[in-house]
Design a protein around this ligand. Sequence first.
Ligand SMILES: [Mn+2]
Length: 326
Amino acid sequence: MKSFRSTLALFKQYQTFAISTHVNPDGDAIGSELALYLFLEKLGKTVRIFNTDPVPEKYQFLPYWENIENAEAASDFCSDVLIILDASSRERIGNFLRKRLLPMHAVVNIDHHTTAKAFGDYNIIEPAASSTAEIIYKFIRSTDIAIDEAGAVCLYTGMMFDTGCFRFSNATPETHRIAAELIEIGKFAPDEVYRQVFEQVPLSKMHLLGQTLRTLELTPDGKIGWVRVTQAMLNDTDTTLDDVEGFVNQVQAIDGVDVAICVCELADGNTKVSLRSAGNVDVAALAAEFDGGGHERASGCRIELPITTAIKRLVTSAQLHIDENG
Ligand SMILES: [Mn+2]
């Protein structure tokens, strides 16, 4: 682990920086990238952001989002320092970027996932932080550079996204205090950010959600609930796996459900799994049994089995976890 102070010293020492994040970037990934980009620009550095996947439309209200470049643009750029945000592992930035973004001096890894690997020369990993944006906030606060309006809305968006709009257990009192401060600095309307991030659902995704909820099943005691998404459903509604994001929370919202499971059939016939816990069961441990990872209350894994078999295994395991906890 490196301290904020030594990381700042590294930033001051070198001149050119590349920033990247995981594939299918979310609000935390993009908000964190932009906030750190603005910070480094204030230090007088040359900074570029390269992502494998484009900025989703719902984040195209964030200041400077258009400065985020695609992977191909990285071909002619050589940085002193590469900063990877929110990615868990170096591979998660995508194959092309992993091979192309080779810095002259150091890789800095900033992340909050409990499964985060210390792949950088500098690793700032804080599993207790709500989001990477919260870590970036604390880092900038530890310097003498002020967070401006643009930085504030980027950081707020990251924290808002990863806490499910401050609903999840990772939203600590400190997260709320920071959010309040960012609203004051940024002078933005939090309800407007909420609308942008959470209420711009495409009609096709709503159709998929409708089909998905019709697959809901529960154990007789109602403590484990699961839904399934098949390739046929994706084709029928003209949606992709990305659209399944958040569906598991609908299952978690059912009264009495301790463990919520959403399984998706992948194009190769295997299964992608999202897990949520109401707090009695550690779903990071459950996911780990299938080589997955995440947090106690939110995790995921990939299972090399068809969805029906995968569900049976998952429900059996979840039942054991519930029984263990009385
Ligand atoms: Mn995150």
